[in-house]
Ligand binder design. Structure first.
Ligand code: RTP
Ligand code: MG
Length: 138
């Protein structure tokens, strides 16, 4: 088994799509090891998205992720769980995401794209450590 990390972004909470999105993961057969509604502060979001710090959208991204509560979660699944969750999310630009994906079915924009998912096992480990420091993987 392996783990990955997700954030349901403020647009998902504001639009009442939490149950819809989490239900997709449950129906796929994945499990939640941690799940919490949390208001993120700027510092943690800046660290989370540090790889994008020089991108033109970085400041707007940090403002967006802190505008209201989010759901942070750790998902457990088979060894390729990172790829499974990324595939279920759809491409970054929701306007181009395939139908059947979370972004392709439920969103249209590149910035308000409902969900973050770790993009590698190494990123998952780093992000779980950042958001759930008490969480220790075996
Ligand atoms: P995420 O990290 O949130 O899971 O999204 P991702 O891997 O699909 O996309 P990434 O390249 O890591 O970008 C992080 C977030 O930045 C926003 N973004 N805006 N305006 C733009 O061109 C642009 N590009 C990226 C998106 O909200 C994206 O999810
Ligand atoms: Mg990313």
């Amino acid at each position: 088994m392996a783990t990955t990390f997700i954030i349901l972004k403020p647009d998902a909470v504001e639009r009442g799509l939490v149950g819809e999105i989490l239900g997709r993961f449950e129906r796929r057969g994945l499990s939640f090891l941690a799940l919490e509604l949390r208001q993120l502060d700027k510092a943690v979001v800046q660290r989370h998205y540090i790889e994008h710090k020089d991108k033109p959208f970085y400041d707007d991204l940090v403002t967006f992720l802190t505008r209201g509560p989010v759901i942070v979660g750790v998902i457990e699944g088979p060894s390729q769980v990172v790829e499974i969750v990324r595939a279920m999310m759809g491409t970054t630009d929701s306007g181009k995401a395939s139908p059947g994906t979370i972004r392709g079915d439920l969103a249209m924009l590149v910035d308000e794209n409902l969900i973050h998912g770790s993009d590698s096992p190494e990123a998952a480990e780093r992000e779980i450590g950042l958001f759930f420091p008490e969480f220790r993987l075996a």
